[in-house]
Design a binder for this molecule. Structure first.
Ligand code: DC
Length: 230
């Protein structure tokens, strides 16, 4: 009798630009399906914070690669009601990594090949039964090319800036909407035009523009598409 191939752990990848709603949708999907969650952007942000804390220059690619491979970071259990607690070198950095300057620095650090290859291995370790929701820029194109479902979630830059603005304001941050929109456009530019693992939809991705959709509409569409493939 032919031996049955072992089934691989399912992965749903959700890629797209910042502020498209990937984080919220990924958290809802992980809760609904009982899957693990990988917020790969958080990994790049934690690294950026660590680079800043240690005063490492962006031109010291070797040191950045070593830090990416060895940095001491822990992600708490996924709790759908609140953000996953992130601890860097013993310090809770869950809020600190959300600051805009950390996002900008993360986007720069993310262009370095040694950093990306070190984080690749760390990201793949999140693939554990019963399944994984992976949120990022290159989840479907590089990290999990064999994903069960690949989604590319986008929205207009104006709408994304508005969403980020509300998010930051609600958590007590003083922000300017025009400055946020300019920052979002600059980061889009950097993430889309880098040579290695640029932000783009996988050839087989389901492309969803969430500009005029509610969170629930996006969630239901992706959930439906996922269930069809499990
Ligand atoms: O999704 P985010 O805003 O938290 O991500 C911060 C930066 O990290 C983003 O501008 C680019 C980088 N990043 C990446 O290069 N690849 C990923 N898979 C996730 C994030």
């Amino acid at each position: 009798m032919a031996k049955k191939e072992p089934k691989t752990t399912p992965v749903v990848t959700i890629d797209g630009p910042g502020g498209a709603g990937k984080g919220t949708i990924s958290q809802l999907l992980a809760k609904e399906l009982g899957f693990h969650l990988l917020d790969s952007g958080a990994l790049y942000r934690v690294l950026a914070l660590s680079v800043d804390n240690h005063g490492i220059g962006l031109d010291d690619e070797e040191a950045l690669g070593i830090l990416a491979e060895h940095m001491d970071v822990q992600f708490g259990a996924s709790d759908p009601e609140s953000p996953v607690e992130i601890v860097l070198e013993g310090e809770v950095v869950t809020q600190a990594i959300r600051q805009e300057y950390v996002g900008q620095l993360a986007s720069k650090v993310a262009t370095i090949p040694l950093v990306r290859s070190a984080l690749l291995t760390r990201q793949r370790c999140f693939r554990e039964p019963p399944g994984l929701i992976a949120d990022g820029r290159d989840m479907g194109t590089v990290v999990f090319t064999d994903a069960t479902l690949k989604v590319f979630l986008t929205a207009s830059p104006e709408e994304r800036a508005q969403r980020r603005y509300q998010q930051l304001k609600n958590s007590g941050n003083d922000v300017s909407l025009p400055r946020l929109e300019a920052a979002i456009r600059a980061r889009d530019e950097q993430d889309t035009n880098r040579i290695i693992a640029p932000l783009k939809p996988a050839d087989d991705a389901l492309i969803l523009d969430s500009t005029d959709l509610s969170i629930d509409q996006v969630f239901q569409q992706i959930l439906h598409a996922t269930k069809q493939r499990l």
